[in-house]
Design a protein around this ligand. Structure first.
Ligand code: ZN
Length: 213
């Protein structure tokens, strides 16, 4: 007949499963960190390409202007072309400065990205190991549970209840949802150590001996 040990096993099983899912989340977070970094790098490369393109366009327009200025022009046209040429030159300088900055940033960034990738790889491996260990322990614990306990546990787990799959009774009420049960029901849980679900919230009820440790 199942007893305290089974309840302890059940509780450990739940804790292993939540450790496994925390490790999976940590794994996903690390991957996102890497993806974000790589996205920033790709963005910077796109910006650099745009600078290069604009630089070429400006250079070709400046060539045109220079060519026109070498010819005889009415004063008004000459002044207009000179103004335009000056504005284009200033913009070109601006772009060159920004491109230099982007290249410097990228140089440093590539270095940190390489270092970061090493760190992230280590964290990923660690998270995978934690998850696999927790899952292996969970599988072993499951094996040792009575079949009907496994079914009850799976059923409550499938509900993905906030704050976990367990509750307990205090003065014939579910500690969690306050659903009232009979004295008989309570002693089936606390004295006979039967695995029962709260009729209100569906959480599995741990006997007092287990909750008290
Ligand atoms: Zn309840």
């Amino acid at each position: 007949m199942p007893g305290i040990d089974e309840f302890l096993r059940l509780r450990e099983l739940a804790s292993m499963l939540s450790q496994a899912s925390a490790a999976s989340e940590a794994h996903e977070d690390e991957l996102n960190r890497l993806r974000k970094r790589e996205a920033t790098r790709a963005e910077t490369l796109t910006i650099l390409d745009a600078f290069k393109f604009e630089h070429r366009t400006l250079a070709s327009r400046l060539n045109d202007i220079e060519h026109q200025l070498s010819q005889r022009l009415v004063a008004e046209t000459q002044a207009r072309l000179e103004d335009e040429g000056l504005a284009l030159l200033m913009r070109q300088q601006e772009i060159d400065r920004a491109a230099d900055e982007a290249r410097t940033f990228l140089g440093g960034y590539d270095k940190t990205l390489t270092e970061l990738r090493v760190e992230i790889d280590a964290n990923l491996a660690q998270a995978r190991l934690r998850r696999d260990e927790a899952l292996a322990r969970a599988a072993a614990l499951r094996e040792d549970l009575p079949a009907d306990w496994r079914e009850k546990f799976d059923r409550v787990l499938a509900k993905k209840l906030a704050h976990g799959p367990f509750s307990r009774l205090t003065n014939t009420r579910c500690h969690f949802c306050q659903h009232a049960v009979s004295k008989v029901f309570e002693s089936e849980v606390d004295v006979l150590l039967q695995l029962k679900a709260c009729p209100g919230c569906g959480r599995l009820l741990l006997p007092h001996k287990v909750v008290a440790g």
